[in-house]
Design a protein around this ligand. Sequence first.
Ligand SMILES: Nc1ncnc2c1ncn2[C@@H]1O[C@H](COP(=O)(O)OP(=O)(O)O)[C@@H](O)[C@H]1O
Ligand SMILES: [Mg+2]
Length: 283
Amino acid sequence: MILEALDIRKLYGAYVALDGVSLSIREGEFVSIIGPNGAGKSTLINVLTGVLQPSGGSVRFKGKDIGGIGTVALTRLGMARSFQLVQIFPELTVLETLQAAAVSRLGRGARLFASLAGDRRVHADALEVASLFNLADKAHVLARALPQGDKKLLDVASAFALRPEIILLDEPTSGVSTTDKHVVMEILVGAAKRMGLRAIIQVEHDMDIVFGYSDRIIALHQGRVLADATPAQIQADAKVVDMVVGRRRAPHSSSAPHPTLSPEGRGNSEPSPPSGGEGRVRG
Ligand SMILES: Nc1ncnc2c1ncn2[C@@H]1O[C@H](COP(=O)(O)OP(=O)(O)O)[C@@H](O)[C@H]1O
Ligand SMILES: [Mg+2]
């Protein structure tokens, strides 16, 4: 058990946003959190990442209580996150963005840049992450000049550059075209495997992505866990389909697309979701 939430309650004034949420994340899992707007997904992510102190219950990461511990301390413990809206510095290049993350991870701040050896180490570290995210050939491109799909990748890559053990992603493919969503996920899952991540947790609205990549799905509804099960079980659960999944989707299996983003960051062909097994962090 890497991450565990026990009977989490979160109140905003008198409003109950989370009403007794319990969950466990195990080694090697890719878990998606789904639910309609207002279900409490963002609140849950904020509690799980120590940004919000729960009103009740506890969150344990690697056995340690992390309620309200804060992002910096949690990064040090081995958890990183990315946000729904891209949070990159538009005037930094891809490499500079990843170097900033590397510097913060290596924990020596400006002093690391003071030595040539340190500088080289940061450079190599950042370049390695850039390569894992298919961004090496754009290393010197300004973040703001990247197409949307690459911006999203860079944002996720800078969380990976912190070399976390587990990562929480808030809609890693939001704002990305349907075709490119799968490319982003393929690259992300590939990078996670090669970097040895122990678990991925994502909030995701796109059900093709949710069903295509998750080992397990946790459905939230009105601050409660409506279901916590495999994609197949979720799909067979009429109540969850009605309240959360919607009727339109029917997950299908086919081979994964070659992980290349369309030039404009906008796609035009039908997505080809990979089979569920390919989403695993560990085979
Ligand atoms: N800071 C806040 N103050 C008051 N109410 C909030 C706050 N943040 C979220 N809420 C409310 O809590 C509920 C859950 O919100 P949220 O966790 O953002 O849901 P989701 O991410 O699933 O859409 C919503 O009804 C929202 O309006
Ligand atoms: Mg939200």
